[in-house]
Design a protein around this ligand. Sequence first.
Ligand code: PMP
Ligand code: GLN
Length: 384
Amino acid sequence: LIARMRPFGTTIFAEMSALAVRTGSVNLGQGFPDTDGPAAMLDAAAAAIHGGRNQYPPGPGIPELRAAISAHQRAFWGLDYDPDGEILVTAGATEAIAASILALCEPGDEVVCFEPYYDSYAASIALAGAVRRPVTLRAAEGRYAFDPAELRAAFGPRTRLVLLNSPHNPTGKVFTAAELAQIAQLCVEYDVLAVTDEVYEHLVFSDAAAPHVPLAGLPGMRERTVQISSAGKTFSCTGWKIGWVCSTRPLVSAVTRVKQFLTYVNAGPLQPAIAVALESPPSYYQEFRDDLQRKRDRLCKGLTEAGFSVLQPEGTYFVTADITPLGGADGVDFCLALPERCGVVAVPTQVFYDDADAGRRLIRFAFCKRDEVLDEAVARLQRL
Ligand code: PMP
Ligand code: GLN
């Protein structure tokens, strides 16, 4: 194995899901829903499979999916992307992120990101031979925030791009307009690119301090931003691995150059089904969000009653909790012992930090689960 991949073992998600299966625990670790997405989407996939759409789709993705992505971007975020040249369909957001970093970073280039970071970021940056420059999100007064001076200090002559995830996994933070403006200003000042991971774009709760705002919509950012999303979260089909990249023609062309040699194309018959899903009425998106907000409240209440100090998320389907009140000092030890102690699996968030101390006492629970599963998990955690 090449040296730069040696620090990366099995992903924490695979590890914790395997632990859940092995111990028969309630799995609130890996983020995947336990119900299916819209029936019209499932029917469209079955129809495509039985209707002979089973060969290689076109390189950038099938035209009706690119048209649906373009319409969705315009309807929700007021952003215009030409389906012909400014949109690329990928194997989930994971491939979109990897292909973007591989396409845009020379060895030694620096990537500014926020920690805790989604685990594939560090690996994709390492694969490119680039260097991550994490800026730490710290919890204060119930919200995660960064120090603007630390963000500025992370930029320098080797900075190539900023990798931003909002709404943010694992903290549930939604970056505010003021925070986005600081990031955009630095991108313009240092003339660098932004890659934005917006897979939770539809999961911002009604009591969040800010709505979701794509960085690409800020002044000077449309031409320097690679915007990424995925169908997995919004339509509860994480196993389908359909994601996309929206950007300028030259940037999409660069990412496509790499994508074509990673996977060439992906999931032909699932693409028309995602086009159908994206055309769901506005009420679908509203109900999806409201449903997850109720689940958030259900789990947060239960975790608080079980003794955790809960940081209520403004978005995503994850909640982070501090284990200190339960006598925990290290999230990894705590999560490894949890199945044995009470039959529940959670994820230690310290593995998403370079500065492990910053996340040592924090663990993450996923609440994209049926109410009875959440209730069972809470009942078990109350035995702690
Ligand atoms: N980014 C973030 C922040 C995520 O949480 C996830 C998946 N859970 C991904 C990217 C990967 O998305 P996909 O499954 O579409 O590859
Ligand atoms: N994104 C999901 C999570 O954060 C898991 C995705 C994965 O297992 N790669 O839990």
